[in-house]
Design a protein around this ligand. Structure first.
Ligand code: HEM
Length: 404
C-alpha cells in the first residue's frame, strides 16, 4: 500500500496548505510511512505518536540533521558537520534532565503567571490600534507582536530589538521547515549565526549581573558547569523560537477559526468562560507545530514497520490530533471534548511554555471578542500559510473588525 503514496506528496505545496486529507490517507494506509526513496519516516496516528514519544531510547531527540526539499521534491538530509546538538529540547536523558532543572527552576512558572497584567495591557493596546483601521493584517498588528514581546521579557533579554528577535524566531523555524532548497538552507544556517552572537553577549551580561529571569538561570548554569556556553546559546535560541513563533501561530489560527464561524463568535461573546475550551480546540485543529523530528540510534520497529538505525522520524502531532481513531468528528470544534491533544508533545519533552501560550491566547481572544461585534476574513485577501512542514502559521491574515 505504501507504494501507492508518492514521496513527493509530503512536500507538495498544495498538501502543505491543506494537509488534512493527506494525513487521513496516511493514517488509513501507512501510519508509519517510509517516504519512498529516503531514510525519512512519518508517524501520523495518535496511538503510535504517543508510543514513540515514550520510547526515548529508540526515538532520540538529538538533532543530527536538517531536512531540505531536493531536486526530486523529496526530503533530503543535511547532516551537521561537527556534532549533534544536545540542548534541552534536543537532548536525551540524562543531559535533558540536567538542562530542564537548570533552565526552569520553580520561579519560571510563577513568573509566567505574573506576566498576565502585562499581556492584558499589550493585547488591549494592539486590539484598540487595530480597530482604528477596520481592515487589518491580524498577524502584523497583533499575532506576531505579543508573543515575541512576552518571551523576550520572560527570558530577560536586555535592550531587545523585537523586530530582529521576531525575524530570528521565524528563521529558526524555517531551518526546520524542510521546504527550502539546499542552497537556501545553507544561507539560512549562516544568517542564524548572527543572532547567536547577540545572544552570547546577552548571556555574558547575565553571568556578571544576574537577576530573576531565564537568562540568569542559564548564566548560572554556565557558571557552575551544568551547561556549556554553547548549550546555553542553543537553549536560548530554542526558547526564542518556541516562545515567539508557536504562540504567534496559535493566535492567528484561533482567530481565523473564529472568523470562519459567526455562531461560535456570538456564543463566546455571550459565554467568555468557554474561551479556554475553544483555545484547546484551536490548538488541536491547527497545531502550531505540526511536526517534529526524532533520530533513530539503533534498528527498531514501530507499528510493525522496521526502522533502521540512522533513520529520521517525523512526528506529525498535527495529524494525530485529527486521528478519527482517537477523536470523534475530528475536524469539528467540540468545546466539551476531553483535553488530550498532542499539540504540546508528550512525555519528558512536554512543552514547558504551555501555560504561557494558553494564557496569551485566552487574553488576546477575550480582548478581541469584548471589543468587537463582528470579526470576518477580508474577502479580497484570503489567508496565506507559511510553507513549512513544521509550523502551521498564517503568513498573512487580513481581517475586517467591527467595533462594539
Ligand atoms: C502554542 C504554543 C506552543 C506550542 C504548540 C508548543 C509546542 C511544543 C511541543 C510540541 C514541544 C515538544 C517537543 C518535542 O517533543 O520534541 C515543546 C517543547 C518545548 N516548548 Fe513549547 N510550544 C508552545 C509554546 C511555548 C512557549 C511559549 C515556550 C517558552 C516559554 C515554549 C518552550 C518550550 C521548550 C523549552 C520545550 C522543550 C522542553 C523539553 O525538551 O523538556 N513553548 N513545545
Amino acid at each position: 500500500m505504501n507504494q501507492e503514496l508518492p514521496g513527493t506528496l509530503l512536500l507538495d505545496p498544495k498538501v502543505i496548505q491543506d494537509p488534512y486529507p493527506f494525513y487521513r490517507q496516511l493514517q488509513s494506509h501507512a501510519p508509519v510511512w517510509r517516504v519512498p526513496g529516503t531514510e525519512v519516516f512519518v508517524v501520523s496516528s495518535y496511538a503510535l505518536l504517543t508510543e514513540a514519544a515514550g520510547r526515548v531510547e529508540d526515538f532520540s531527540s538529538n538533532m543530527l540533521c536538517l531536512l531540505y526539499r531536493d531536486e526530486r521534491g523529496l526530503p533530503s538530509r543535511l547532516p551537521f558537520d561537527d556534532s549533534s546538538i544536545q540542548a534541552l529540547a534536543t537532548a536525551d536523558p540524562p543531559v535533558h534532565t540536567v538542562h530542564k532543572r537548570t533552565v526552569f527552576p520553580e520561579f519560571v512558572a510563577r513568573r509566567m503567571a505574573l506576566l498576565e497584567p502585562e499581556i492584558v495591557e499589550l493585547a488591549t493596546r494592539c486590539v484598540e490600534r487595530a480597530l482604528d483601521n477596520r481592515t487589518v493584517d491580524f498577524m502584523a498588528e497583533i499575532g506576531n507582536l505579543i508573543p515575541i514581546t512576552i518571551i523576550s521579557r520572560l527570558i530577560g533579554f536586555r535592550n531587545s530589538d523585537l523586530d530582529r528577535l521576531l525575524r530570528a524566531a521565524f528563521d529558526s523555524t524555517s531551518l526546520v521547515g524542510s521546504t527550502l532548497s539546499r542552497q537556501q538552507l545553507l544561507e539560512l544556517v549562516t544568517r542564524s549565526n548572527d543572532i547567536g552572537a547577540w545572544i552570547a553577549e546577552q548571556l555574558a551580561v547575565a553571568v556578571s549581573e544576574p537577576s530573576e529571569d531565564i537568562l540568569s538561570s542559564i548564566g548560572s548554569g554556565v557558571k557552575t558547569g551544568a551547561l556549556s556556553a554553547r548549550d546555553g546559546i542553543v537553549i536560548l535560541q530554542t526558547l526564542l523560537a518556541a516562545g515567539g513563533e508557536s504562540t504567534t501561530s496559535l493566535l492567528g489560527n484561533a482567530v481565523r477559526l473564529l472568523a470562519d464561524d459567526q455562531d461560535l463568535q456570538r456564543r463566546l461573546r455571550r459565554q467568555p468562560e468557554l474561551i479556554p475550551a475553544f483555545v484547546e480546540e484551536a490548538l488541536r485543529l491547527e497545531s502550531p507545530f505540526r511536526s517534529m523530528l526524532r533520530s533513530v540510534p539503533k534498528d527498531t520497529t514501530l507499528g510493525g514497520v522496521d526502522i533502521p538505525a540512522g533513520a529520521t522520524v517525523m512526528m506529525f502531532w498535527g495529524a494525530g490530533n485529527r486521528d478519527p481513531a482517537e477523536f470523534e468528528n475530528p475536524d469539528e470544534i467540540v468545546l466539551d471534548r476531553p483535553r488530550r491533544h498532542l499539540t504540546f508533545g508528550r512525555g519528558i519533552h512536554f512543552c514547558v511554555g504551555a501555560p504561557l501560550a494558553r494564557l496569551e491566547a485566552r487574553i488576546v481572544l477575550t480582548t478581541l471578542l469584548e471589543r468587537t461585534s463582528v470579526v470576518v476574513l477580508d474577502p479580497d485577501q484570503p489567508p496565506e500559510w507559511v510553507e513549512s512542514l513544521q509550523v502551521r502559521r498564517h503568513q498573512r491574515l487580513s481581517m475586517q473588525l467591527a467595533p462594539r
